[in-house]
Design a protein around this ligand. Structure first.
Ligand SMILES: [Zn+2]
Length: 352
């Protein structure tokens, strides 16, 4: 298989996108690639900013040795007046490099490819993207690009959601709220918009509304992270028992979600149940908490800081932390790392 780096401008938000695309391969030796090509999924690129997806407009060369055929595939529906010209150019190019293969064919689009290769696999295989971009860039650039994209598609709920998340990341809560509400008005099933709107409310001092929205995200996704955040929101809204229930469940569902154990301890302390609070902190340590800051940064633990059980626990974490430091490459608290990949989340200052 040969691949190359390809740069193109997103047609929706004008962002420059780079991707490694497949340029040539043996269709018999690499049947999975051929299946993806026939299904129109090979070299599909997702714009990291606006989420637009499209095929890289680059030819793909497929060798089929047992048929004695080499195929030049053009992924786009090229305008009729340019088609003949492009086909002739690709044909010439292939004929020069054909080697032992006898037949050269040029196909435009996957329908034609299917006609040329009726035996090719084109069913089965769940849809998947060859390239995914999970690093959407700095929020202020995302904001600019998404506003550009919205000029072309002003009602698109996905674009509005992404813009809302960028505005939230910039801590522009009022604008974020307005944009996310608009996204939900146009696309009520946009769970990411709901999720981010919950975080806007949590960070902007409306914890009761945040809890209600996180609960709706949980009903849609059954994800322990928004459940944990619903617990934090409930605590801030003064609903200690609602908080206890959500945090307990989140910590049970995802034991390495260390903040859930820590916040459970905070709520238990507020309910005057010190014994359970220390047990929750011990669970956090058992599940991998190695950074004492995750506990000490919470002023809620101030009243118990001089107690022996608390001091012993912190000393234990520090010992484990030092031992961990001797083994580079091990993440300090895996749950945190996982959470950072989940898109909208509350500002750090609120949950740490
Ligand atoms: Zn884009």
């Amino acid at each position: 298989m040969a691949d190359r780096q390809h740069y193109l401008q997103c047609p929706i938000c004008d962002e420059m996108v780079s991707a490694t695309v497949v340029a040539a391969f043996d269709g018999e030796a690499e049947a999975r690639l051929l299946a993806s090509l026939v299904q129109g999924r090979l070299n599909r690129i997702v714009c990291p900013v606006c989420g637009h997806t499209g095929l890289a407009p680059e030819p793909v060369i497929v060798r089929m040795p047992s048929l004695g055929t080499i195929i030049g595939f053009m992924p786009v529906e090229v305008p009729r007046n340019r088609k003949a010209h492009l086909a002739a150019r690709l044909q010439r190019q292939l004929e020069q490099s054909v080697g032992p293969l006898r037949t050269v064919k040029v196909c435009f689009g996957s329908a034609q490819l299917r006609r040329e290769l009726p035996q090719a696999p084109w069913k089965g295989n769940p849809p998947e993207f060859q390239h995914r971009f999970d690093s959407p860039g700095a929020p202020r650039y995302r904001r600019i690009a998404l506003n550009r994209a919205l000029r072309k598609r002003p009602d698109d709920p996905v674009l509005l959601t992404r813009l809302g998340i960028a505005l939230y990341d910039l801590a522009l809560f009022r604008e974020a709220r307005k944009t996310l509400e608009e996204a939900l008005a146009r696309g009520p099933d946009q769970v990411d918009a709901l999720y981010c709107l919950a975080s806007v409310n949590l960070d902007d001092g409306n914890p009761a509304e945040a809890q209600r929205l996180y609960d709706r995200v949980v009903s849609a996704t059954h994800d322990p992270v928004p459940r944990f955040l619903a617990g934090v929101a409930a605590y801030r809204a003064g609903q200690l028992h609602a908080a206890l229930e959500r945090l307990r469940q989140a910590a049970g569902e995802q034991p390495d979600l260390l903040e859930a154990h820590v916040w459970l301890a905070i709520v238990q302390l507020a309910l005057d149940d010190k014994e359970s609070a220390f047990a929750s902190l011990r669970h956090a340590v058992e599940n991998g908490l190695r950074d004492p800051h995750l506990i000490l940064s919470h002023p809620e633990f101030q009243p118990v800081r001089s107690e022996n059980a608390f001091k012993t626990l912190v000393a234990l974490i520090e010992r484990l932390h030092d031992r961990n430091a001797a083994k580079p490459g091990r993440p300090d608290h895996p749950a945190h790392h996982r959470r950072t990949r989940r898109g909208p989340r509350p500002a750090r200052s609120r949950t740490h």
